[in-house]
Design a protein around this ligand. Structure first.
Ligand SMILES: Cc1cc2nc3c(=O)[nH]c(=O)nc-3n(C[C@H](O)[C@H](O)[C@H](O)COP(=O)(O)OP(=O)(O)OC[C@H]3O[C@@H](n4cnc5c(N)ncnc54)[C@H](O)[C@@H]3O)c2cc1C
Length: 405
């Protein structure tokens, strides 16, 4: 018979950790909850770090709750400022870098990811930064206000949102992208081109097909021999999972901490949620890490339920959005290796693209078409199979795809 659970420890006080703690209480769990976070902050949401917080000096940090409310309102013991560095799975005890020990019945790893570092700029004579936490955002904001010359390495979502904020504030911005176009893994070419055009119209310059090979105190050197003047380099070349603790525990890791649909790892009593978790995706046909706000919230909520004895599988298709200038772009599922069907006029800056493999819809992207996306997410989640000819028709009402045939 399953042991009663009345002591839960959450490692990682980020979005997934915070939402899991809330969900535990929301589902009636009355036992102890301790949340260990290496940052000094209580849990907050990160999308604002590259959006509102860069665009306005007044934008607040998107805390899920203020620090005292975790304890006073939810009864969650929040232990911030030191990472968990070890775990004895036999005795079920987690220990932190400052020597404290926390026993648990069930443990949730919600350790997220950290920025992939750019070796060519380690110990650079030039100022180099990454964008993952509040302090990073405030630091970048100061450079924006100083109208710095900014080189951004990596034309991914975070780098492009930072480029957008910097360009809007009059900075000289150059984006270095090793691929031939922007966001090649998630965007069809026409959307990459649309985004690049929006940036260029604000003065952002791009260098494609090049990487950074080094720097001087006021410039960045590229693999193609070009030198670009810079006061600051922002590196946005992706993230790696924070899996040190999982590694010490001997958990299976394959670019993420492997979990089943309920968030269970291979060790009894240990679960994982959020960016760090490697979970099955039907759309991708393989296990992936899902680095999105929606997953950090909704998968964590489902995993919390499983930690207290419910059985709740999480299968939502991955979904994220990005805001750049007047473009709101949303992507669900997997756009790669699929036939693309356009809905609406791609030259109008309001359209969607649906990705199909055979009769299955595996992905969708919308540009300024949030209503379409809301339906497409439901269609993908339900694995509904509307006719391709219907999808190609601009007058087809997507709601019909969800009606029983
Ligand atoms: C700048 C930026 C913009 C983004 N914009 C969007 C967006 O527009 N849309 C979208 O869908 N997604 C966006 N995301 C992604 C989204 O924010 C992440 O998917 C989400 O934050 C993941 O939550 P998490 O709790 O799994 O991980 P995190 O938010 O990374 O939190 C993990 C926490 O665990 C802590 N930690 C790690 N190891 C330990 C340890 N050993 N002990 C204690 N604590 C530890 C970390 O310090 C961190 O505080 C953005 C991310 C960034 C960085």
């Amino acid at each position: 018979m399953a042991q009663p659970v009345d002591n839960i420890v959450i490692v990682g006080a980020g979005q997934a950790g915070g939402r899991a703690a809330e969900a535990l209480r929301g589902r009636g769990y009355r036992g102890s909850i301790t949340m260990i976070g290496e940052e000094l902050h209580p849990p907050y949401e990160r999308p604002q770090l590259s959006k509102g917080m860069l665009l306005s000096a007044d934008a607040p940090v998107a805390y899920i709750k203020q620090a005292r409310d975790w304890n006073e309102t939810l009864g969650v013991r929040l232990e911030t400022g030191a990472p968990a560095v070890d775990c004895d799975a036999e005795r079920r005890i987690v220990s932190t870098a400052d020597g404290r020990c926390f026993p648990y019945d069930h443990l949730l790893l919600a350790t997220g990811t950290r920025p992939r570092r750019l070796a060519a700029l380690e110990d650079a004579p030039l100022e180099v930064q990454y964008l993952r936490n509040v302090e990073d955002a405030l630091r970048f904001r100061r450079h924006i206000e100083a109208r710095s010359r900014i080189v951004i390495v990596g034309g991914g979502v975070v780098g492009l949102e930072a480029a957008c904020a910097a360009a809007k504030n009059g900075c000289r911005v150059t984006v270095i992208e090793s691929e031939a176009r922007l966001l090649a893994r998630a965007f069809p070419t026409l959307v990459s081109d649309l985004v690049a055009a929006a940036h260029r119209s604000q003065g952002v310059e791009f260098v494609f097909g090049a990487t950074v090979s080094g720097s001087t105190s006021n410039s960045v050197r590229l693999s193609n021999g070009t030198e670009i003047a810079a006061d600051l380099v922002l590196v946005g070349i992706g993230v790696i999972p924070s899996d040190d603790l999982a590694e010490r525990l001997g958990l299976p890791i394959a670019g993420g901490i492997a979990v089943d649909a309920c968030g269970r790892t291979a060790v009894s009593g240990i679960f994982c949620a959020g960016d760090a978790a490697l979970q099955w995706s039907r759309c991708h046909g393989r296990a992936i890490r899902v680095e999105t706000w929606a997953n950090a919230q909704n998968q964590a909520i489902a995993v919390a339920a499983n930690m207290i004895g419910e059985t709740r599988e999480y299968n939502d298709p991955p979904w994220f959005w990005t805001d750049q200038y007047d473009l709101n772009i949303q992507v669900a599922g997997d756009m790669r290796d699929a036939d693309h069907i356009a809905r609406g006029d791609p030259t109008s800056a309001k359209f969607s693209v649906i990705a199909m493999r055979g009769s299955e819809i595996v992905g969708a992207l919308s540009v300024n078409a949030a209503k379409d996306m809301a339906m497409l997410r439901r269609i993908i989640a339900a694995n509904a199979r509307p006719q391709r000819a219907d999808l190609e028709s601009p007058t087809y009402d997507l709601r019909a795809a969800l009606r029983p045939q």
